[in-house]
Design a protein around this ligand. Structure first.
Ligand code: MRU
Length: 360
């Protein structure tokens, strides 16, 4: 349970969850595949191990994936035995390639690789030790910036939350999906800090159960009242008047405001429209992909069908049945009431408002 100061929660009251961090012995991750029953950590000592933990979803969530990628590349460069700039460049490209092939939808991965690459190119003529140190520092800076970005997003987004009522969220867009505080859950945390009385409805989010395993775990730690529902209950909860607003994260937002997020988000958005409930997306500007004009151009990751056929290792469908497992869907911009970013709130037409916010 969180501490309370004069009955109002503050940022310091929320226990910091260390989703990932740079350490002297490698990049350390909380193992999200083991939550909520086991809180264990894994330390990656090589960049290929970092690529594996991204692919296997030990770390997941677009902003966390981005910073994991940056730290993974910095780790690969740190471990390099290259003796000259040319060899290091060759190795650098190979490291970036391996990291880039882990998960295709979250654009933060590619944003982070580009940022580290730009830094590398800028420093190429420097001594190797300096390059190594600078990349580590850049990755650590991205980690710190991500937390500050989420807190800024929280301050903007909290103004959209009801003074009191139910807020539904899908998947996990919290501290575990970022370097701390969260995007959608950051908005909820900030609203609670402002004295709003929020009751969270967390979709369980089949097939990987990020809502029931991760969102509920985080919010329980914070003492924010939470009810887990299975995904197919969301419509009934809306009809019963239990949901006053919806806030979700995003893996990639096209230039026109179409939003790729965890599979099932689209259904929630359509239901929200039917019930006249505002549907908000909270995401840093690094999640906006201005080079992809609309949602149909966003690559959707297809994951192993076993995530659908099995729950906690137990087979739930007959042998040989065909299954599909797209990890994300695209919600057209017309269903999105507003997009909360660290620079402010964007409203339709998003083509203009997102560009305005990103150009400062
Ligand atoms: O497959 P995941 O767990 O990486 O998907 C995560 C989501 O869809 C999140 O909602 C999104 O990345 C935003 S996280 C701040």
């Amino acid at each position: 349970m969180s501490k309370q100061t004069n009955g109002v929660l503050t940022t310091d009251d929320f226990p910091m969850i260390q989703t990932l961090e740079w350490t002297d012995s490698g990049v350390r991750f909380i193992d999200q595949t083991k939550l909520p029953t086991e809180e264990t950590y894994v330390t990656c000592k090589t960049y290929t191990q970092v690529a594996d933990v991204i692919r296997n979803m030990v770390v997941r969530g677009a902003p966390a994936i981005g910073v994991a990628a940056a730290m993974g590349i910095a780790l690969g460069v740190k471990n390099s035995k290259a003796e000259n700039g040319g060899d290091l460049k060759q190795e650098f490209d190979q490291i970036c390639d391996v990291i880039a092939k882990t998960r295709p939808t979250a654009v933060n991965l590619f944003w982070a690789i580009k940022r580290i690459r730009d830094k590398f190119e800028m420093l190429r003529v420097r001594p190797l030790a300096q390059i190594k140190q600078a990349l580590i520092e850049e990755a650590q800076r991205m980690h710190a910036e991500d937390i500050a970005t989420n807190q800024a997003m929280g301050r903007h987004g909290a103004t959209l939350m009801p003074a009191s009522g139910g807020v539904l969220t899908h998947c996990n867009a919290g501290a575990l999906a970022t370097c701390g505080y969260g995007t959608a859950l950051g908005v909820i945390r900030a609203a609670v800090e402002q004295g709003k009385t929020i009751h969270v409805y967390a979709d369980e989010t089949r097939p990987f159960l990020q809502g029931s395993r991760l969102t509920a775990w985080e919010l329980m730690k914070d003492g924010i009242p939470t009810t887990v529902i299975s995904d197919n209950m969301a419509g009934a909860m809306m009809k019963q008047g239990k949901i006053n607003a919806i806030v979700v994260g995003a893996d990639r937002i096209a230039a026109n405001g179409d939003v790729a997020n965890k599979i099932g988000t689209y259904s929630v958005a359509v239901l929200a429209k039917e019930h006249g409930i505002p549907f908000y997306v909270a995401a840093p500007l690094s999640t906006v992909d201005f080079e992809t004009p609309e949602g149909s151009g966003i690559p959707i990751e297809q994951r192993d069908g076993k995530e659908v056929t099995h729950i906690a290792g137990r087979q739930m469908v007959p042998d040989g049945v065909e299954v599909e497992n797209p990890a994300f869907d695209v919600t057209p911009a017309k269903y999105v009431t507003a997009i909360v970013t660290e620079s402010g709130i964007a409203r339709a037409p998003y083509g203009e408002s997102l560009r305005r916010l990103s150009s400062g």
